[in-house]
Design a protein around this ligand. Structure first.
Ligand code: URA
Length: 253
């Protein structure tokens, strides 16, 4: 790695909230990283039970099976399946290439996404870009979408009925793209796709998971990391494992 890329890498870590790093070039004490990042509040709130019946939804919506990504987007652009449609400015379908091998799934659009129609373009999106850069991924290389495609008012967590209404679209996106790996960000995504309601730390400890034979990794939602920077160190641990998995399996080649 050139000095310049190493410097960029350190800058990305810094943006992620990692202030110190142990390297062979100097003797920065790694313990200091831990001290700096351990918070009183490491216990991530336990996941609320959403229990979205993913498989039943999937079976009941095979009508979408033959559609490609763009056709599906067109077909759902005026979706009225749930209340979120009423206040929607733009439906945020997702972006990236149909050929993407990596799929990232967040919760739902926020204010800026609602206006632009693009996922993860606000503050959380900026952090996401930095997180991706820190593991040598560019946004353009992955497919990014959300559990719900329309903004929940005041950025509240999507309701079960809204998640259930929207899941067929996500499931169809997964079927079309057939990613080699999925990264779920935050409890809504983890809960809706994996139906896991344990504490996120317990869920993280057992990864990777599998969804329809696709390996699934999980981590904190970037918006949660903005609220609690102490979780950034834990997210970084997840991202490193995710990156190693991608490398070991030649996923992004
Ligand atoms: N948070 C999400 O989960 N998705 C977005 O697109 C933006 C913020």
């Amino acid at each position: 790695m050139s000095l310049r890329s190493f410097k960029q890498y350190l800058e990305q870590l810094k943006i992620l909230g990692i202030d110190y790093i142990s390297t062979s070039f100097n003797n920065i004490n790694l313990n200091k990283i831990n001290e700096a990042f351990i918070s009183e509040n490491e216990d991530y709130e336990s996941l609320e039970q959403i229990s979205c019946p993913v498989d039943s939804i999937q079976r009941s919506d095979s009508s979408y099976d033959s559609l490609g990504l763009l056709k599906l987007k067109e077909k759902i652009s005026n979706c009225q399946r749930c209340e979120l449609a009423k206040k929607r400015i733009k439906l945020v379908y997702g972006e990236g290439s149909q050929a993407s091998k990596i799929m990232l799934i967040g919760e739902g659009p926020g204010a800026e996404e609602n206006i632009s129609g693009r996922p993860f373009v606000g503050e959380a999106g900026k952090l996401l870009n930095n997180m991706l850069a820190a593991i040598n991924l560019k946004r353009e290389e992955i497919y990014i979408t959300n559990i719900v495609k329309c903004r929940p008012p005041a950025n509240r967590q999507p309701a079960l009925v809204e998640i259930e209404s929207c899941m067929p679209y996500l499931l169809q996106q997964i079927r079309i793209i057939q990613p080699k790996v999925i990264l779920l960000m935050g409890k809504t995504a983890i809960n809706s796709v994996l139906q896991k309601t344990d504490k996120i730390d317990d869920i993280r400890a057992m990864q990777p998971y599998s969804y329809q034979n696709i390996p699934v990794w999980v981590t904190y939602h970037p918006a949660a990391l903005l609220r609690n920077t102490a979780w950034k160190r834990l997210a970084w641990e997840d991202l490193k494992k995710f990156r190693d998995f991608i490398t070991e399996n030649n996923i992004n080649q």
